[in-house]
Every structure is written in C-alpha cells, then in structure tokens.
Design a protein around this ligand. Structure first.
Ligand SMILES: C[S@@+](CC[C@H](N)C(=O)[O-])C[C@H]1O[C@@H](n2cnc3c(N)ncnc32)[C@H](O)[C@@H]1O
Length: 198
C-alpha cells in the first residue's frame, strides 16, 4: 500500500511536473469545464488551477488523501474559485456525492491498487450528478526498464480494453483518443476518454 502522505512529506513526488497535464491544457482551449468539477488525487493542484483559470465561473474541487498535498495546494496562489479538500475518493463525504458536473481524472486511476478499479468507477459515478461527465487522461503504459508490471507499485498500467470495460459499467463512452501532447516521456502512452454518467 502506497503511503502518499510520506511521499509528500519526504518531497518524493516524481509525478509532480510543476504544471498542468498538457492534454488538459489542450482540452480547456476548446471545451472549458463548467460548473462544479472534482479532481480526485489532485496532488498540489496544478490541474485544479488550470481549470479555474480557464473558466472564471468554474468551481473546481481538488481532493487528495495526503494532508500535506492539500496543505501545499492551499498555499499556492488562487487562480479562480478553486478549493482543496482532504479526503478519500473511496469514502466520499455526503457533500461530495451527486455534487459535480465534471470529474477530471489524471494519475489517480493509475495510482490506486488495480483491485480498486471498479470501486474507482463507482466512486466517480457517485460524485457526479445525473448526466455528469468524466474527462480523463489515463496513463495506460507507465512501464520501462526501471518499472515493471510485476513491481507491485504505482503507477499501475492497464489495457485500453480493460479500462473501457470497467467504465462502461457506469458510463457511456462518448469519445476516446490519443492526446496530441503529453509530459516528456508519456507521449503515446496515455489515452483521453470523455464519458457520461449513465
Ligand atoms: C500519482 S499522484 C498524482 C497527483 C496529481 N494528479 C499529479 O499529477 O501531480 C496520485 C495522487 O492521488 C492521491 N490519492 C491516492 N489514493 C487516493 C484516494 N483514495 N483518494 C484521494 N486521493 C488519493 C495521492 O495522495 C496522490 O496525490
């Protein structure tokens, strides 16, 4: 089990690139996310602030299980009407249920243990209002010589087929594509998915 809080306390956060996910930045140019938006596993909140900055009326909420990540995110300058909440995606507070128009996914799905994937789909579905949408960049292939599939540590890769089968239990997949841009080293390893809550 990953001790996320310890990673933030030790400053061992190789996933944090200090800027929002390039596929999100590109999406926000053509389709700003409106209303209430949940960003599970938000870390220091780079994506949260990008969403807030793109749409001044948006109300993004970054959720993270690591208190130090939440505290650090709160210390960064506000970009709009964003806020940060400490909590567990798998045990959502009542005010975070049926509460969002959008969920933005980025490196939360690949961070959780694979046996929690169906629970992730359920939790995201629960957070959304009826008809709400999930937009996500899913890190399908994080593996290389230093990180093998049998390491038992995140990021955990997946096949597109497995991901889509799980999502279809609670979502209609509207669009699925390879993003044009990615952080260095992730090009061609990610998949964007837009899906609507059933
Ligand atoms: C790989 S990091 C990615 C952080 C951020 N998305 C980024 O790219 O910088 C995964 C994040 O998910 C958070 N996390 C893991 N399990 C969680 C859970 N059950 N509920 C909420 N956050 C969780 C961790 O604390 C961590 O900040």
């Amino acid at each position: 089990m990953t001790d996320w809080e310890d990673h933030y306390q030790q400053g061992q956060t190789p996933w944090d690139k200090g800027e929002p996910a390039p596929p999100l930045v590109d999406c926000l140019r053509s389709e700003p996310l409106q209303g209430d938006i949940l960003v599970p596993g938000c870390g220091l909140g780079h994506d949260v602030r990008a969403i807030a900055a793109a749409t001044p009326a948006a109300r993004p909420v970054g959720l993270d299980i690591a208190p130090t990540a939440v505290k650090s995110a709160r210390k960064l300058p506000l970009a709009g009407h964003e806020k940060y909440v400490f909590g567990n995606l798998f045990d959502l507070d009542p005010e975070l249920r049926d509460a969002f128009d959008w969920v933005w996914e980025h490196t939360c799905y690949c961070a959780i243990p694979p046996e929690k994937r169906d629970a992730y789909v359920e939790a995201v579905n629960t957070a959304l209002r009826p008809g709400g949408r999930l937009l996500g960049v899913f890190y399908l292939d994080p593996y290389d010589d230093e990180h093998r599939p049998d390491d038992g540590r995140p990021p955990f890769g997946t096949s597109l087929e497995d991901l889509e089968v799980r999502l279809r239990a609670r979502f209609q997949i509207l669009k699925s594509w390879v993003p044009e841009r990615a952080y260095p080293g992730r090009q061609g390893r990610e998949r964007m998915i837009l899906a609507q809550r059933l």
